[in-house]
Design a protein. Structure first.
Length: 158
């Protein structure tokens, strides 16, 4: 068994759709980034990469590379799952915490769990997603952006 930890954060900007965990969340601002800026999926990818010793999302899918401009982060996650499978590794479980003062994310958590589970070929019972505020502290508390943390447990399928 191997454990990986991932983190990502993005600032809010006008004129973009907010996507978290592969789900469009209605809000007046989206997140800045080269891809769709899905901080949740980016944290998940880094957790999986850490567990499998694959490097990190920025190395595998570098910002500035036109192939990844506005790409769906779920599509990148599916590529990572294929890399794990080629190494005979399977995801046992995933735990994600989203830090956002706004918008309120609780209504979207079940859809995020379903989206992540589907992309990773997991049962929804293997995927946990929680949303927390930052009690008005720091850049998150000032509603300047969103951060996400992820922990993944990966095991050999031998």
């Amino acid at each position: 068994m191997r454990v990986g930890c991932g983190y990502d954060s993005h600032r809010f900007v006008e004129g973009r759709t907010l996507v978290l965990g592969g789900v469009g969340v209605p809000y007046e601002r989206g997140l800045a980034g080269w891809s769709d800026a899905d901080a949740v999926v980016h944290a998940v990818i880094d957790a999986l990469c850490g567990a499998a010793n694959l490097g990190d999302i920025g190395t595998l899918f570098p910002p500035g590379d036109q192939r990844y401009r506005d790409v769906s982060s779920i599509a990148l996650l599916e590529q990572i799952i294929r890399k794990l499978e080629s190494r005979r590794l399977i995801v046992a479980n995933l735990d994600v915490t989203i830090l956002a003062q706004e918008p309120v994310l609780a209504p979207y958590v079940p859809s995020m769990r379903a989206s992540l589970a589907f992309a990773m070929r997991l049962d929804e019972g293997q995927v946990s997603v929680k949303a927390k505020t930052n009690e008005y502290m720091g850049f998150i508390g000032r509603s300047e952006g969103i951060a996400a943390l992820a922990v993944a447990l990966v095991e050999s399928s031998h």
